[in-house]
Design a protein around this ligand. Structure first.
Ligand SMILES: Nc1ncnc2c1ncn2[C@@H]1O[C@H](COP(=O)(O)OP(=O)(O)O)[C@@H](O)[C@H]1O
Ligand SMILES: [Mg+2]
Length: 103
């Protein structure tokens, strides 16, 4: 079984005015494995994914990608490195099918 960590997020903190969205969050993504990040509404899943892909900047913490520390400046930056985000909302193109939207 492959245990190579491709992406690692450590001690991630992020606050918005009046709310600490992430307080020491951590995530390991392994090569060849599908992972589901699950949690109640407002748990901070989207915020963590947006930090992973450079949409939001973190207040503190570290992100390693293939063993190197990275700070993506935006989705273009993360996508060029090989990380794509497909948003659940707002960014769908209405006249395209689900498959077309994903691709
Ligand atoms: N852009 C933002 N401005 C202010 N508060 C935000 C923003 N994005 C998320 N939050 C807050 O951060 C917390 C985590 O939200 P979110 O990451 O969207 O959770 P999830 O995706 O797990 O439902 C919530 O309390 C939410 O209201
Ligand atoms: Mg969400």
């Amino acid at each position: 079984m492959n245990k190579e960590i491709v992406l690692q997020m450590k001690d991630i903190c992020k606050s918005f005015p009046g709310v600490k969205a992430l307080d020491g969050a951590a995530l390991n993504a392994y090569k060849g494995r599908v992972m589901a990040l699950m949690g109640e509404n407002g748990a901070g899943k989207s915020t963590l994914m947006k930090i992973m892909t450079g949409i939001y900047s973190k207040d503190s913490g570290t992100v390693f990608y293939h063993g190197h520390e990275v700070t993506f400046k935006g989705t273009k930056d993360s996508q060029e490195a090989g990380i794509a985000i497909i948003h659940q909302e707002l960014n769908l193109i209405q006249h395209m099918s689900i498959t077309e939207n994903i691709f």
